[in-house]
Design a protein around this ligand. Structure first.
Ligand code: WT7
Length: 656
């Protein structure tokens, strides 16, 4: 894959673009190279040892049961309570006064929740859910803004063994209804609204509408947090205010131990086609890996670090790296409700300065947006507390990586580019900050205990320097157990393409050192004159030009070359759409990647169509590039973006 790959990699791998771990961090790192050795010597014993980082009511004696692949059981004879592990045990260890959450509301209100307070709140919420009739095994849908109650609600569900299904607060009533129906939820936890771009934005009306849809009849209670105070329609007998039922509960609640394979949560992932898949995660294996990877990859020192993951709890990143990973490790973290540019484009940096954040975990799309706004914005704030930066969600192009390190990390902080999926539950491929010499743009190595490689069409491992498909070759503790209610789809989607291996759907490449570079979804790979070219590589080449902040590339059908490359670019702060720009960019790509990768058309645009989790919707750009009617736009953050892009067409294809 990637005709020009060797040339481009050679370019990206110049010696000066490598960053050794800072000596101080390496000397005190939570995890050293020792873990790679231990895991290589005995992978299952390695994970059994990591499971012992948790507190079990009954310690497991079995590690992995793989007798019925791909249906895994990890630590199956062990029992534990996830909420106890994330909250109570820290209080019992004498850390009740430690801050768990520094909540920052978008309007500027703030609230501090210590571990002792979190234990009381989670216990009260667990008692309230029990009063509402929720029993172990009942599903609870959570549709909340980024407020402390979101974390409390998830932990309360975990505490009583009721699997939660968190639905992103930006999703419509339709999306919510489908998810409530598929999981057959009994209770919905929501809020009147949340603050978004300086205004209260209602949530409860979407719940009311969703509950008129078929399949949602089993919902007997809607528990509503008052966040905005806006007027809220009420269904007597069904709706209850959080403030009416939760505070009056006892703060005593004895956590019950659940089987390691008890369902912990369902999280729906939409993918590109078909109905959303309910990804099922269970208790002991999930928590083991979420907790260990958070400890290893973010090097968290719970006494001194302030950690901030900017994801929403509606995504798996929020589950594993806001709730379960950090809290199981006793972290102090920031929880922010709003958007990065409300009321100004420096809001995130202001928050880092205010709370002395030391570890920041965010997405490439956010980094590129900040690049577009310009480096003078973060420069106005004191970011000296930062010591480690993370990236997740998409390939981070080397230019954005370098910008992140330089303008946010003062050219000092390591960056961990973490590859994983909703399905994997926790980080799988990433540098270790105290061990790995990082290469901008590469996620590099499978973590200790994880087996991943790159294979070709026939399923053979590719040699270093070549590309193909990313696969996981051994089961891992936080792997999805199935698709909720659809074992066959689980088999078909992930385990049928290659025998005995999990196919992630991503293209990847191994460089000459064997380090892994992610190349995006294989559905996005372009075929130009018989050559496979990855969208990620061309996008990275474009963004490495000083005038380009962001780029999205698609293959549009072409009578002569099969597919021709069309590039949509957002220009950086001061750059303008002057004459000759397209030619300049095409020449730049040709220089970086070779003439075959040169885009046939270049279209400067103001915005790109993105899903609510920040992924570019290349499907819609292909529709535009092929002059087709637009497909489904309902999952776009902003549907006007496509109108703007289309209004720029038809642009005459440039001559080659
Ligand atoms: C897909 C999974 C993992 C939490 C957020 C997304 C892409 C994710 C990286 C990375 C390159 C990445 C992959 C993957 N992806 N992280 N560091 N480098 N690509 O979860 O919505 O389930 O998406 O996101 O394509 O398959 P998700």
């Amino acid at each position: 894959m990637g005709v020009s790959s060797n040339e481009s990699l050679a370019n990206l791998l110049k010696e000066e673009r490598r960053f050794a771990p800072p000596a101080e961090l390496a000397a005190a790192a939570n995890v050293t190279a020792e873990d790679y050795k231990k895991a290589a010597a005995d992978r299952l014993e390695f994970w059994a040892a990591k499971a012992r980082r948790l507190t079990w009511d009954i310690a497991p004696t079995e590690t992995l049961d793989w007798s019925n692949p791909p249906f895994a059981k990890w630590f199956a004879d062990g029992k534990l309570n996830v909420a106890y592990n994330c909250v109570d045990r820290h209080v019992e260890a004498g850390h009740g006064d430690r801050v768990a959450l520094h909540f920052e509301g978008e309007p500027g209100d703030s609230r501090t929740v210590t571990y002792a307070e979190l234990r009381d709140e989670v216990s009260r919420a667990a008692n309230a859910l029990t009063e509402l009739g929720v029993k172990a095994g009942d599903r609870v849908a959570i549709y909340l803004p980024m407020i402390p109650e979101a974390v409390i609600a998830m932990l309360a569900c975990a505490r009583i063994g009721a699997p939660h299904s968190v639905v992103f607060g930006g999703f419509s009533a339709d999306a919510l209804a489908t998810r409530i129906a598929d999981a057959d939820a009994r209770v919905v936890i929501t809020a009147d609204g949340g603050y978004r771009r300086g205004k209260p934005s209602a949530l409860k009306p979407a719940v009311d509408e969703a509950l008129t849809r078929p399949g949602t009849e089993e919902v007997r209670s809607v528990l509503v947090v008052r966040r905005t105070g806006q007027e809220t329609a009420w269904t007597e007998g069904r709706d209850v205010w959080w403030h009416d039922v939760v505070p009056r509960q006892s703060e005593q609640h004895t956590p019950q131990a659940f089987d390691a394979e008890h369902p912990l949560f369902i999280l729906y992932t939409s993918g590109t086609t078909g109905k959303p898949k309910g990804i099922l995660h269970t208790t002991g294996g999930y928590l083991t890996q979420a907790s260990y990877t958070h400890h290893a990859v973010f090097d968290l020192k719970p006494e001194t670090d302030v950690y901030w993951c900017t994801a929403d709890i509606g995504w798996v990143t929020g589950h594993s790296y806001i709730v379960y990973g950090p809290l199981s490790n006793g972290a102090t973290q920031v929880l922010y409700e709003g958007t990065p540019d409300t009321p100004h484009q420096g809001r995130w940096w202001e928050i880092i300065q205010k709370y002395r954040v030391s570890i920041l975990y965010t997405a490439p799309t956010a980094i590129r947006t900040c690049m577009k706004w310009g480096e003078d914005v973060p420069a106005k704030f004191d970011l000296s507390s930062l010591r480690l930066l993370g990236s997740v969600g998409e390939p981070i192009n080397p230019e954005a990586w370098i910008w992140y390190r330089k303008h946010i990390g003062a050219d000092r902080t390591p960056i961990v580019d973490t590859w994983w999926q909703t399905e994997t539950g926790a980080i799988m491929i990433s540098p270790l900050p105290g061990v790995t010499t990082t290469k901008p743009g590469s996620a590099q190595n499978p973590l200790p205990g994880i087996s991943a490689t790159v294979i070709d069409d026939e399923g053979n491992e590719v040699p270093n320097g070549s590309g193909g498909y990313l696969v996981l070759t051994e089961p891992w503790p936080s792997m999805l157990r199935t698709i909720w209610g659809d074992d066959q789809r689980y088999l078909d989607t992930y385990w049928s393409r290659f025998e005995n291996r999990y196919f992630a759907g991503d293209g990847a490449k191994k460089d000459d050192d064997g380090d892994i570079w992610l190349l995006g979804r294989v559905d996005d790979v372009m075929l130009v004159s018989g050559h496979n070219i990855s969208t990620t590589e061309v996008e990275s080449a474009l963004v490495s030009h000083p005038k380009v902040a962001e780029a999205a590339v698609v293959g549009a059908s072409d009578p002569t070359t099969g597919q021709a490359i069309a590039a949509f670019v957002i220009l950086r702060g001061s750059a303008t759409e002057e004459e000759g720009l397209a030619e300049e960019l095409r020449a730049h790509v040709a220089k970086e990647l070779g003439p075959i990768a040169k885009p046939k058309r270049i279209l400067p645009v103001a915005e790109l169509p993105k899903t609510r989790s920040g992924k570019i919707m290349r499907r819609l750009l292909r529709d535009v590039a092929e002059n087709r009617q637009l497909g489904d736009v309902t999952t776009l953050t902003d549907s006007t973006v496509m109108e703007l892009i289309q209004s720029k067409l038809p642009a005459a294809p440039s001559e080659d």
